[in-house]
Design a protein around this ligand. Structure first.
Ligand code: SF4
Length: 368
């Protein structure tokens, strides 16, 4: 698979380089280059122009991960792989030392802060659901950035970037990450997936991104996709250990799926979600089905959405099933904040030393 991608890219790169020689005659220095950059440019053209600056053949690419959550940013790893395949130098941006030719910055979570790097005249790409595009536009137009060429805003990678094996060396991780499917069949009102990714569909076979024995799948609803289930069957016949870290939709677990899940090797937990009282009974049935196939309840990790005190009872009911319950506090998208009651419920449920010693939330809150 990677050889095919490499071959395609090399051919493309040679084509670009040849074109670059022709253009070098037309735009021999930066002044004329700036004139050209006033119009909308495609990536290929940007790279050609960057190569022209000072006759550079190798573009210095800087990456910025504003989230810093400890979990690697998949988009940046793919961009890194793609840029390296084009022969470019890629590293995380260090403001005091780096003079990049091209910058990619990513932000997944809204609550994290960002600042635009001070790199006059350099093309910057911003991508990710965490950016407030209005704020980004204001920053771009502000007086302190007169020399910036432009900021491209993107929520999607190009096909070439998307279907490449991520550069795992960027974060030095010893497991692989990827999406076998994208999208979801449901439209939960609190969730960004339906608007960001759309309907469920097959994205890539595991071979496209697996380079380690352990694989973390970021799929949002793999059980809703036939090809996704086929991939899981394939994985179950190997020694690959997986984690579906966004959680499985337990409403879709029937007897055959329960058998499949029992055959898979899990890194630690079989993750699920139970975001409302309406799905509780279905989740309970699935926990029992998995138990009958040999998956003990304590190996099931269940996310549950918390919007207020009404959700406390569901946490207690899930706990009675013997599974690991994890409260996900609802955040107001406009303010980027969680109410105090939501924070308290999440702390009570998620701090296991607290939860084990006090199952009564009202009492816990009273003595806090
Ligand atoms: S099932 Fe999960 S991924 Fe799908 S819309 Fe609901 S919360 Fe989002």
């Amino acid at each position: 698979m990677s050889a095919t991608y490499g071959g395609r890219n090399n051919a493309k790169r040679n084509q670009h380089e040849n074109r670059g020689v022709r253009r070098r005659k037309a735009f021999p220095h930066g002044g004329q280059l700036r004139h050209v950059q006033k119009r909308q440019m495609h990536d290929e053209e940007i790279r050609e122009h960057l190569r022209l600056v000072g006759g550079k053949q190798k573009v210095k690419v800087s990456l910025i991960d504003f989230d810093n959550t400890g979990f690697p940013n998949l988009a940046l790893m793919k961009i890194s792989a793609n840029e390296k395949q084009c022969g470019n130098e890629v590293k995380f941006y260090e403001p005091l030392f780096d003079k990049p030719d091209l910058v990619y910055m990513s932000k997944v979570f809204k609550f994290n802060k960002f600042s635009i790097p001070n790199v006059p005249g350099v093309q910057i790409y911003a991508g990710g659901t965490g950016f407030d595009w209005g704020q980004l536009q204001d920053e771009m137009n502000s007086d302190h950035s007169p020399d910036r060429i432009s900021i491209g805003t993107r929520n999607k990678l190009t096909d070439e970037q998307e279907h490449i094996c991520p550069d795992y060396s960027l974060y030095g991780i010893n497991y692989s990450i990827g999406f076998i499917t994208r999208g979801c069949i449901r439209k939960c009102e609190f969730c960004i997936v339906p608007s960001k990714e759309g309907a469920i569909r097959f994205n890539a076979p595991i071979e496209e991104f697996q380079r380690h024995k352990k694989v973390v799948l970021l799929d949002n609803n793999i059980l809703a996709c036939e090809e996704g289930i086929d991939e899981l069957y394939k994985i179950s016949k190997t020694d690959t250990k997986i984690d579906v870290n966004q959680g499985l939709d337990f409403r879709l677990v029937d007897d055959s799926i329960a058998e499949l899940l029992a055959k898979l090797k899990w890194i630690r937990y079989v993750r699920a979600s139970c975001d409302s009282d309406a799905v509780f009974e279905r989740v309970k049935k699935s926990v029992e089905a998995l138990k009958s196939k040999g998956i003990k309840p304590y190996r099931i990790f269940c996310y549950t959405l918390v919007k207020g005190e009404n959700d406390v009872q569901r946490i207690l009911e899930l706990d009675k099933l013997g599974i690991q319950v994890f409260a996900m506090g609802y955040m107001n998208f406009k303010t980027g904040k969680k109410s105090q009651i939501i924070k308290d419920i999440c702390r009570w449920c998620n701090r296991k030393e607290i939860f084990k010693s006090e199952k009564n939330f009202t009492k816990y809150r009273g003595r806090k």
